[in-house]
Design a protein around this ligand. Structure first.
Ligand SMILES: NC(=O)c1ccc[n+]([C@@H]2O[C@H](COP(=O)([O-])OP(=O)(O)OC[C@H]3O[C@@H](n4cnc5c(N)ncnc54)[C@H](OP(=O)(O)O)[C@@H]3O)[C@@H](O)[C@H]2O)c1
Length: 336
């Protein structure tokens, strides 16, 4: 009998995630049934949506049940297989659990390509879920055209860093918004954004007016709250808003909806579309091929923030809601 370490949801958080909301334990793994395989997890992806899954608010997939293993993005290698076409050593990525060993029938998982010269953390941290989020959100919904002005919030994070670089590849003027000088310096100096506003020390409205006096064509929205309002006020006619996330409200204890700006949307003929990356799952091969190409050409770089040890996952995830992460947040569960 094999054992595994796993985090389970003990109770639904109220406000910020608290000690005891998730519990860490060691348990026996049942023998594989026909059609199943086991995966030794290499990296666990920690994502803002983890907090949504812990709650029972309206959401886009069933909440994690109290007592169940915590759901999470994972990549890892097959240990044992009773499923045709799946072999020990194969590399898979997708939806799994906060555990070092997962037994699965493969639902929600797909093969992750092994890219020569690209570390596994970078390929998972780019081609996993954040890359397709950036790619389809910006290209399908944002519809960028050369010379347009794109604003992206949470600019130095997993999704934001990719959005800005694709925006540059498509010929846009890219303005990031991020918390702190180090993050702003990174997206401008390392990733080639045109500018970045440090919302913690600068006046966002004044900086937007200075950097985009002509107004904003695309707002890739990730945080909500007052930053979103400041950007919305400056949208141009026929502007587009891929509504990707609203992290500033994920720990709120009461549901709140920001003002709708309906008259402004009408007068400026704005397009706003909420989306979830899995909506685009049938097209992930397209985003993977494009981003892989840009990575190989050195036009798409990403930064991962890797924390060692599955036992630290419940502490690390809290950093997403305070800006304590710098780049795509991953936990190294087993050395690659
Ligand atoms: N729609 C989808 O399918 C989809 C998929 C993936 C992610 N998302 C969304 O995209 C957003 C970014 O996700 P990610 O995985 O790339 O995470 P991330 O950007 O790597 O990490 C979250 C970042 O959000 C910023 N933040 C947190 N609280 C904030 C607040 N109150 N005000 C302003 N900024 C705040 C922090 O950056 P600073 O230090 O810069 O403040 C933090 O580092 C989230 O809203 C997430 O839910 C949506």
């Amino acid at each position: 009998m094999t054992n595994r370490n796993v985090w389970r949801l003990a109770k639904r958080p109220v406000g910020d995630i608290a000690d005891g909301d998730l519990v860490y334990g060691n348990e026996a793994v049942p023998a594989l049934k026909d059609g199943q395989f086991s995966l030794r997890v290499t990296y666990l992806s920690l994502d803002p949506t983890n907090r949504i899954w812990m709650s029972d608010q309206e959401q886009y997939m069933p909440p994690v049940e109290v007592g169940a293993a915590m759901r999470g993005g994972v990549c890892g290698r097959v240990v044992e297989s009773r499923k045709e076409g799946v072999n020990p050593g194969d590399l898979y990525a997708g939806l799994g659990e906060w555990a070092d060993l997962i037994v699965t029938d493969g639902t929600g998982l797909s093969r992750l390509p092994e890219i020569p010269g690209v570390p596994l953390a970078a390929s998972f941290g780019t081609l996993g879920l954040v890359g397709p989020t950036a790619y389809f959100g910006l290209l399908d919904i944002g519809q960028p055209k050369p010379g347009e002005t794109l604003v992206v919030s949470a600019a130095a994070g997993g999704v934001g860093q990719i959005v800005g670089q694709i925006g540059r590849i498509k010929g846009c003027k890219v303005i990031g918004i991020a918390g702190g000088k180090a993050k702003c310096d990174y997206v401008v100096n390392e990733l080639g954004f045109d500018a970045c506003i440090d919302y913690k020390s600068q006046d966002v409205r004044a900086e937007l007016d200075r950097l985009a006096p002509e107004g904003i064509d695309i707002n890739f929205e990730q945080v909500g709250g007052d930053i979103m309002v400041a950007v919305l006020e400056r949208m141009k006619l026929f502007g587009r808003i891929p509504l990707c996330g609203m992290i500033s409200s994920y720990n709120a204890t009461e549901a709140s909806e920001p003002p709708g700006f309906w008259t402004m949307m009408l007068m400026r003929r704005l397009t706003v579309r909420g989306f979830i990356v899995t909506d685009f799952a049938p097209r992930f091969a397209e985003s993977g091929a494009a981003m892989l190409g840009w990575m190989m050409e050195g036009r798409l770089k990403t930064r991962q923030d890797i924390r060692p040890g599955l036992e630290n996952a419940a502490t690390a995830v809290k950093d997403l809601y305070t800006g304590g992460n710098f780049g795509k947040l991953l936990v190294e569960v087993t050395p690659p």
